[in-house]
Every structure is written in structure tokens, then in C-alpha cells.
Design a protein around this ligand. Structure first.
Ligand code: NAP
Length: 471
């Protein structure tokens, strides 16, 4: 079991007043405290421009924890809050970071604690924070240091390269932790281990047996008051470049042998994906927007932002060559579900009632694993009904919220489930031409009804490959 029990640390959360901090990070810290995964000596420092003192900050954290948890252990929460402090400051002001450095020295009582700077702020202020961390000596030779940057790293290849340059100017690569919270989900990690631990699956996961793969991430929620972020991002940039491609990499990566790098294998798998040759990019991508999006608070009338997208990819890896991967994601859809479905080739004789075998790995929603087989029904003629073998795939054992697990791993210096620069680079490189196509004023943006499966046109789009969506 990974604990931070022996490692005193200071966790500095930039953007402590924000959405991510409130909905994810504070509840995750509470769970770590509840499960006794935090050491005796640690300090959590909220840093932001919003005026607050320690008391107001603790109140905010408390409310976020109570909102998230159905039941709260009062003693654990009170103790956690005692470790929390707030520093009010600007991201651009070196003197505010000098004050932060002094406060840290005081709280750390002169010891050499691990320092973690978590950037839960918009990328526009990243550079200032990197530089000020170094100038103020918060990053120094005495303390082990981790700089944690949330996905997406940049908004295209160019801006990613800029952030990479700024990060590596200030920090060593082993101090940089690029975080995609999907990689903190047990069910997502299981995509790799499922194959690695089940040779039977490993044997059937190959192009001669697989017809296609569908990767779907759908949610009934809309933009949840995040118009400022979403309007400049959209479904395609928000979901495909990070979460969906990472899931594809975990599914297709080569199993590592002892001594090999897990991240390198994951990166190699990602680099194998390519856009299928097409006369027109509309053949490989389609975008949509739910009806009423323009009326959401903070969204301009006539907005062209996609809230739904679907993309076809192929892989060059010999095992997956020729297998189409259909990725799709959207908001205000009928179902909350994150699912990988592997559809196998149909049998050579199609009996009455039979359908092709399929394996569903469902990571969110009604999570579980489902293997679709067929079984004969009674009668002298061969006629079949579906036989579905399923398991709820809930996390058993040492289960932590994704940000909690990733934070413990960062404290410990483990980078396996954080992204490499080259992975992020490969995904922007792959998807930039598609994003440019979607951004063109003449690219279709199909409307769909909230609560539906997405644009009707997405049905015809996949039907051109004699395939249909699996739900
Ligand atoms: N929210 C999510 O679910 C989510 C998911 C994945 C990744 N992320 C990434 O995580 C980071 C934080 O996301 P978030 O949703 O928490 O963002 P947010 O709420 O919009 O912003 C976080 C904090 O940053 C400060 N801030 C906002 N706009 C600013 C600006 N223009 N200039 C300087 N400071 C500004 C604000 O704090 P003060 O004004 O008090 O300083 C705000 O409370 C972003 O990089 C985002 O892309 C978020």
C-alpha cells in the first residue's frame, strides 16, 4: 500500500479558489486523511488571488468536502483543516512568492520536506508561476520538488511546445508531473492489466479477430457553469487529445518486460495511431452541438463550439493494423458512460438470432465488464439468443479517488501514471489537423437534441463503414 506516511510534504495548490480544487482536490485530500494515508507532518497551502484568510479557506474546504461526501468523520476533517493555510497572492508577482517561501520555511520548521506545486489555474498564468517558484527559491536544492500540471497541456502543438520549454527551463524532467486524471482511475489502469493478466484476452486481441473498436465517453450533464473554459475548448479538444487517446494507448500498448519503461511502451502505442487516408476530413471526423447550447450562461449566440465529436483512427502496430477505432464523446447525451467495446469478427455462418461476439469494458456509468456470447435456444433448428457474462468491475481493495492516488504517487516520485512530454506531443501532432478542420467556418456542426444519442448524422457517418454504434 502506497502511503505518504514517512514523507513530510508541502502541497501548494495554485488556483485554490477554483472549480477543480473544490470538486476534486479537497475531497480527495479528505479521503487520504480518512484512510490514514497522510504523514504526521504536512501542510496544504491554498494560493490564489481571491481574498481569504486561513479561516475562510478552511470553511471553503470544509464545504467542498461535506458536499462531496455522504458521511464525514468530524475528527478527521477537523485535523485535516488544521494542516491547511491560505496565501493570498498574484500569480505574476515575485514578491508574493517570496512571502509564500517564507511561510513555507516556517511551517516546515526548517526540515527538508517534499514540495509539490499543483497548477490548478489557466495555462495563461503557468509561465509566471514556474518562474516565480524558481526565483523565490521555493524550488531549490534542499527540497525534493514536484510540479504538477493538469491536462490539457496547451491547446495545440505550438502552445504545448511553449509550455514544455518553460517547464524544462525551470525544472528537471523528473520533477515534472503532467496529470491526466483518467490515469488515476483504477478502471482505466485496468485496461492494461486486464490484457496482461489474462493471456486468453491477449491472444484474441489482434486484427485478424477484431472487427472494430468503439471508445465512447458520453455524459448527460452540460457545461456545468464552465462556459469560460468550454467555449474555447469544446468536446474534441477537451476529451480526445487526452482521455480517449490514453485509453486507446493502454488498450494497444505492448506488454512490458521486466526493466522496460511502461511510459515508453504507452507512448509507442500512441505514436502508432494515424488518421485514415480520406478524400475529405469529414469522412473521419464529425462534430455536433446540442440544441440550447447558445442559450447557456456565458455562451455567445452563434457559437461554433462542438459539444459532441466522433473520430475514426487506425493503428500501424502489427497487432492492430487495419482495425478501425471509432472514438466519440459528447455532453447532454442520453447516458453517462465511458466504455471501450471490442467487436469481434462475425462467425463464418450467421445463424438465426446470432450477433458477433463483443467485449465491453465499461469504466464509468453502470461500470462493468460484459462478454457477449451466443447460446442455442431449444428446437431442432440452430437458433440463438445472447448470453452475456458480466461483472460490475467495482474497485475492491485499496481504492482511492483518482487525484488522491496520483498525489500519493507524486509525493513518492512515481511517474508511471503521469504523462510524458512525448505522449502529449504525439497526441497534439495527431489531432491538430483535425482541430484545424473543425475550427473552419465551413465545417458542418450538426445539431442534436439534449438527452439523445448525438447528431442523427453520426449514424450515417459510421454506417458508411458498414458499422453501427453499439448503443
Ligand atoms: N475543472 C475541471 O474539471 C478540470 C478538469 C481537467 C483539467 N482542468 C484544468 O485544471 C486547471 C484548473 O481548472 P478549473 O476548472 O479549476 O479552473 P477555474 O476554476 O476557471 O480557475 C481556477 C482558479 O484560477 C484563477 N483564475 C481563473 N481565471 C484566471 C485568469 N484569467 N487569470 C489568472 N487566474 C485566473 C481563479 O482563482 P483566483 O482568481 O482566486 O486567483 C480560479 O479560481 C485548468 O488548467 C483546467 O484546464 C480542470
Amino acid at each position: 500500500m502506497l502511503t505518504a506516511a514517512d514523507t513530510p510534504f508541502s502541497f501548494i495548490l495554485f488556483g485554490a479558489s477554483g472549480h477543480l480544487a473544490t470538486i476534486k482536490i479537497y475531497p480527495a485530500l479528505y479521503v487520504l486523511a480518512l484512510k490514514k494515508r497522510l504523514p504526521k507532518d504536512y501542510v496544504i497551502v491554498g494560493y490564489a488571488r481571491t481574498e481569504m484568510d486561513d479561516m475562510a479557506f478552511r470553511k471553503m474546504v470544509e464545504e467542498s468536502v461535506r458536499k462531496d461526501m455522504s458521511e464525514v468523520n468530524e475528527k478527521v476533517l477537523t485535523d485535516l483543516l488544521k494542516h491547511m493555510h491560505y496565501v493570498h497572492g498574484q500569480y505574476m508577482e515575485a514578491k508574493d512568492f517570496t512571502a509564500l517561501a517564507k511561510a513555507l520555511e516556517q511551517w516546515e520548521k526548517g526540515g527538508s520536506w517534499v514540495r509539490l506545486a499543483y497548477l490548478s489555474i489557466p495555462p495563461t498564468v503557468f509561465t509566471a508561476v514556474f518562474q516565480n517558484l524558481c526565483k523565490a527559491g521555493i524550488h531549490n536544492k534542499k527540497n525534493l520538488f514536484r510540479c504538477i500540471v493538469e491536462k490539457p497541456v496547451g491547446h495545440d502543438l505550438g502552445s504545448f511546445e511553449e509550455i514544455r520549454h518553460q517547464l524544462t527551463d525551470c525544472f528537471d524532467e523528473k520533477e515534472i508531473f503532467l496529470l491526466d486524471h483518467y490515469l488515476g482511475k483504477e478502471a482505466v489502469r485496468n485496461i492494461y492489466y486486464l490484457r496482461a493478466s489474462n493471456p486468453v484476452l491477449e491472444r484474441v486481441f489482434k486484427n485478424t479477430l477484431i472487427h472494430h473498436v468503439e471508445v465512447t465517453a458520453s455524459e448527460p450533464a452540460g457545461i456545468a457553469g464552465r462556459a469560460g473554459y468550454y467555449e474555447h475548448t469544446g468536446a474534441f479538444r477537451d476529451m480526445f487529445q487526452s482521455h480517449l487517446l490514453e485509453m486507446c494507448s493502454l488498450l494497444t500498448m505492448r506488454q512490458i518486460e521486466e526493466g522496460e519503461s511502461f511510459r515508453e511502451s504507452r507512448q509507442n502505442a500512441l505514436e502508432q495511431f494515424y488518421l485514415p487516408p480520406a478524400g475529405d476530413l469529414d469522412e473521419i471526423v464529425l462534430q455536433g452541438q446540442y440544441e440550447g447550447y447558445e442559450k447557456e450562461e456565458g455562451i455567445a449566440k452563434g457559437s461554433k463550439t462542438n459539444t459532441y465529436a466522433t473520430l475514426k483512427l487506425l493503428s500501424r502496430s502489427s497487432r492492430w493494423q487495419g482495425v478501425p477505432f471509432y472514438l466519440r464523446s459528447g455532453k447532454k447525451l442520453a447516458k453517462k458512460e465511458t466504455r471501450i467495446s471490442i467487436q469481434f469478427q462475425p462467425p463464418s455462418v450467421i445463424w438465426k438470432g446470432s450477433t458477433p461476439n463483443r467485449l465491453d469494458i465499461i469504466l464509468q456509468g453502470e461500470a462493468g465488464m460484459r462478454l457477449h456470447l451466443q447460446t442455442k435456444i431449444g428446437g431442432s433448428e440452430p437458433e440463438f439468443r445472447p448470453l452475456i457474462m458480466e461483472d460490475p468491475l467495482v474497485c475492491l481493495g485499496d481504492c482511492l479517488p483518482e487525484h488522491g492516488l496520483l498525489l500519493l504517487e507524486a509525493i513518492d516520485g512515481r511517474q508511471q501514471w503521469f504523462l510524458r512530454f512525448n505522449e502529449v506531443q504525439a497526441s497534439w501532432r495527431l489531432l491538430d489537423p483535425i482541430q484545424a478542420h473543425l475550427d473552419r467556418p465551413d465545417t458542418h456542426l450538426y445539431r442534436y437534441k439534449p438527452g439523445s444519442k448525438g447528431p442523427m448524422e453520426a449514424e450515417g457517418w459510421i454506417a458508411r463503414d458498414a458499422t453501427r454504434w453499439l448503443s
